[in-house]
Design a protein. Structure first.
Length: 72
């Protein structure tokens, strides 16, 4: 059985790993995506739930494979 809190935390860890791999700060990524850096912070800490459309956009901005971001 999946637990949504654990899924959000793992998703956040995946996002952070890809962001760091690209050498972006949260602020740089947020600016590129035209969103607030606090939103990125909440995503990475597993406190915020992104829509699928935003997840696809995030993967595109990070030039990351979607499966790496959605790896659970």
């Amino acid at each position: 059985m999946y637990k949504s809190d654990e899924i959000l935390k793992q998703f956040g860890r995946n996002v952070k790993a890809e962001r760091v791999r690209k050498g972006y700060t949260q602020e740089v990524l947020a600016e590129m995506m035209d969103i607030n850096s606090e939103y990125i912070s909440k995503i990475e800490r597993g406190l915020e739930n992104m829509s699928l459309k935003k997840i696809v956009n995030l993967a595109n901005f990070l030039e990351a494979d979607l499966k790496d971001i959605l790896r659970f």
